[in-house]
Design a protein around this ligand. Structure first.
Ligand SMILES: [Cu+2]
Length: 256
C-alpha cells in the first residue's frame, strides 16, 4: 500500500522517535506508540497525509512567489487577457481529483476495517458513568468499577490523572470486542495507543474491537465532556499473558 511505504515510516521515525511511549509524555508532539494494527494503520495514514499536505503547501507557496516576481507590473506591463485554456483547466481539475482519490481510497478502507464486526475471542461491556467506568466481562460473571486514584493517594510510579484503582485487564494477542454504552450522559471511550474512540451513549450500544500484541499498561481518557469530573475518569488497560488473565478472572469472579 502507498501509505505504508518506507518514506513516511522513516520520516515519522526521524521526527518523532522520542515519543514512543505507552503513556502521554510532557511536551509530546506526535501520537503515542501504536500497539494495535489499527493504530499502526492510523499512524501510517497520518504520515502519508503529512507528506501530501507538505508537498501541496510547498508547491502553492513557491508558485505564488514565482508568479508575483515573474509577472510583476514592471516586468510585465501588458498582462495577458487569456480567460480560457482547455489544457490547463483539464490539468488543474484532474490532478487534484487524483490526489483526493489517493487520499479517499485508503481512508475509506481504514474506516470500513474499523467498523466491521469481527469474530472476537471475548467481549467486554464498557459502561461510562459520572464519573468512572464499569467493565463487564460478558459470560464470565466478572464486573469491575474503575475509578481514578486521587492525586494525594498516588504511589511512586503511578501517573497523575491516568492511573485507576482497578485496571481493565485483557489477554495479549486476543481479539477483544467492546460493547460501549453509558448509564447517564454521553461519555467517550478513547484509548490512543489502540486507536479507538467511540461514544458511550445512554440507551445505545456502540461496538468496536482491538487486538493488542504487546503486554503492558495503556492509558486512555473520556473524550466527551460529561460533567464536572470529566477530566478525572481515565481508562487504564493492562494487557497480560493468558495465565495472568485467567488468574485475574478467577480472583474477580462474583459468586452466583
Ligand atoms: Cu465521561
Amino acid at each position: 500500500m502507498v501509505y505504508s511505504s518506507i518514506i513516511p515510516i522513516l520520516l515519522g521515525w526521524i521526527l518523532w522517535s522520542k515519543t514512543c511511549l505507552a503513556a502521554p509524555e510532557s511536551w509530546q508532539v506526535h501520537f503515542q506508540k501504536a500497539v494495535t494494527p489499527r493504530m499502526e494503520a492510523i499512524t501510517h495514514m497520518h504520515h502519508f497525509l503529512m507528506i501530501v499536505i507538505t508537498l501541496i503547501a510547498l508547491f502553492v507557496v513557491l508558485l505564488l512567489f514565482y508568479v508575483t516576481y515573474r509577472f510583476r507590473a514592471k516586468k510585465n506591463p501588458t498582462p495577458s487577457k487569456t480567460t480560457h485554456n482547455t489544457l490547463l483547466e483539464v490539468i488543474w481539475t484532474t490532478i487534484p481529483a487524483i490526489i483526493v482519490l489517493a487520499i479517499a481510497i485508503p481512508s475509506v478502507r481504514l474506516i470500513y476495517d474499523f467498523d466491521r464486526s469481527v469474530d472476537a475471542d471475548m467481549t467486554v461491556k464498557v459502561t461510562g458513568r459520572q464519573w468512572y467506568w464499569t467493565y463487564e466481562y460478558e459470560g464470565q460473571n466478572v464486573a469491575i468499577d474503575s475509578r481514578l486514584i486521587p492525586q494525594n493517594e498516588l504511589k511512586p510510579g503511578q501517573l497523575r490523572n491516568l492511573d485507576v484503582d482497578n485496571r481493565l485487564v485483557l489477554p495479549v494477542g486476543k481479539t477483544v470486542k467492546f460493547h460501549i454504552t453509558s448509564a447517564d450522559v454521553i461519555h467517550g471511550f478513547a484509548v490512543t495507543p489502540f486507536g479507538i474512540q467511540k461514544n458511550a451513549v445512554p440507551g445505545r450500544i456502540n461496538e468496536t474491537w482491538v487486538r493488542v500484541d504487546h503486554e503492558g499498561v495503556y492509558y486512555g481518557q473520556c473524550f466527551s465532556i460529561c460533567g464536572a469530573n470529566h477530566a478525572f475518569m481515565p481508562i487504564a488497560i493492562e494487557v497480560v499473558s493468558a495465565e495472568k488473565y485467567a488468574e485475574f478472572l478467577k480472583k474477580n469472579k462474583t459468586a452466583t
